[in-house]
Design a protein around this ligand. Structure first.
Ligand SMILES: Cc1ncc(COP(=O)(O)O)c(C=O)c1O
Length: 378
């Protein structure tokens, strides 16, 4: 199992350096060393988000903590919110809005479709919302949404907006300072290639002001961004014990991102996405995401009902490569390939060769398929 190549959409393969960071003797979370490395981690997080203007947060918890922290910190009971939905994680965001007492509307887009800025504009003209929630890449469908255009609609309408970029940051371009979103968050275990367990959020001054001025107090201790803010400014303050190993590993992962250069990392992910899409095309399988809305971090495609399990099992047993199946109802008919983090195109190419062989063996790809060379628009 040790050398299985993970091509699941998170968690991803860790570099030796990241793994070794977790094997050190325990550091006291109140000691000088952890304090200075944590401060450095926050600065590195600013680098990957391109966030110099807003507040930066890094704390222990999975991506869902990022989702729920955004909802509970920005939304008061009875606020009207809008969630754009084109997959499982959009639905989860909607559910969190409902749980926290919002009058939660959704704007649902059909299977594989990206969220449409014109439709959003019309909805924002019709109703007054306090916050709009957008998923950058919905990992369940691998649909990427046109985040800059959607955020622009929110800005024009004067509505706060939150972007769940868990399956994007580090692998898809994002510039927080230019974007104009109010909260953007990600988690450590995807394109940043850290261990699972840390959430990273960039928050605009406008969002902080909104939290400070809200009439009803934020109904959470741990997921209250206002409580975390002073800790980010002085990590010596105690709010809750951080997962020190996860955060030390994150620092190494972020140092690796910085050494590569964020733009170079986006370009490498672009290649990974293109390579995967070429193969799926060549196998004659149908993408879940429509053309023009296919992410560079994860690719999903439909297979004949009942074949997803055999593909996954054979690939893992015979080639030590692990891909994912669809979520819930799509489990038996969808394959999802996560291609992010430290993955190099050569490694991916080899794994896709193996996968092509498995597909052929299972009668799912035409024999000796020529890789479609013509680069399709994604
Ligand atoms: C887009 C998106 N949002 C949120 C989450 C939730 O993150 P976690 O599983 O780390 O709680 C995921 C997890 O895969 C995700 O892909």
């Amino acid at each position: 199992m040790d050398d299985t190549l993970l091509l699941i959409p998170g968690p991803t393969n860790l570099s030796r350096r990241v793994r070794e960071a977790m094997a050190r003797p325990q550091l006291p979370h109140v000691g000088a060393e952890f304090y200075s490395t944590f401060k450095e981690t926050i600065q590195l997080a600013r680098y990957v988000f391109k966030n110099e203007k807003g507040a930066q947060f890094v704390y222990t918890g999975s991506g869902t903590i990022g989702m729920e922290s955004s909802v509970v910190s920005l939304v008061s009971h009875g606020d009207r919110t809008l969630t754009l939905v084109n997959g499982y994680f959009g639905h989860r965001m909607l559910l969190l809005n409902q749980i926290h007492g919002a009058k939660a509307d959704s704007l649902e887009f059909g299977r594989g479709m990206g969220a449409d800025p014109d439709t959003l504009r019309r909805r924002l003209r019709k109703n007054r919302y306090s916050v709009v929630f957008i998923t950058h890449v919905d990992t369940s469908s691998s649909v990427i949404n046109p985040v800059p255009e959607l955020v622009e609609e929110c800005s024009k309408a004067g509505v706060l907006c939150v972007v769940d970029s868990v399956c994007a940051i580090g692998g898809e371009p994002l510039d927080f300072d230019k974007l104009g979103a109010d909260v953007v968050f990600t988690a450590s275990q995807k394109a940043l290639a850290g261990a699972p367990g840390a959430v990273l959020l960039a928050v605009s001054g406008k969002a902080v002001e909104h939290m400070e001025k809200r009439k009803a107090p934020i109904e959470s201790y741990y997921m209250n961004l206002l409580r975390w803010k002073p800790v980010m400014e002085d990590p010596k303050m105690y709010l809750a014990t951080p997962a020190t190993q996860v955060l030390l590993a994150l620092r190494e992962a972020l140092l690796e991102v910085k050494a590569e250069g964020i733009e170079n990392r986006w370009a490498r992910h672009r290649k990974l996405g293109e390579l995967t899409r070429e193969r799926v095309d060549a196998w004659g399988q149908k993408f879940v995401a429509d053309e023009g809305h296919r992410a560079d971090t994860v690719t999903s495609f439909w297979v004949e009902e009942g074949k997803a399990g055999p593909i996954q099992k054979t690939l893992e047993e015979e080639h030590h490569v692990m891909v994912s199946r669809g979520i819930y109802d799509d489990r038996d008919r969808m394959i999802r390939i996560g291609h992010f983090g430290i993955l190099e195109p050569e490694t991916l190419r080899g794994a896709l060769d193996s996968m092509g062989g498995v597909m052929e063996k299972l009668g799912l790809a035409p024999g000796r398929v020529e890789v479609a060379r013509q680069k399709k628009k994604r």
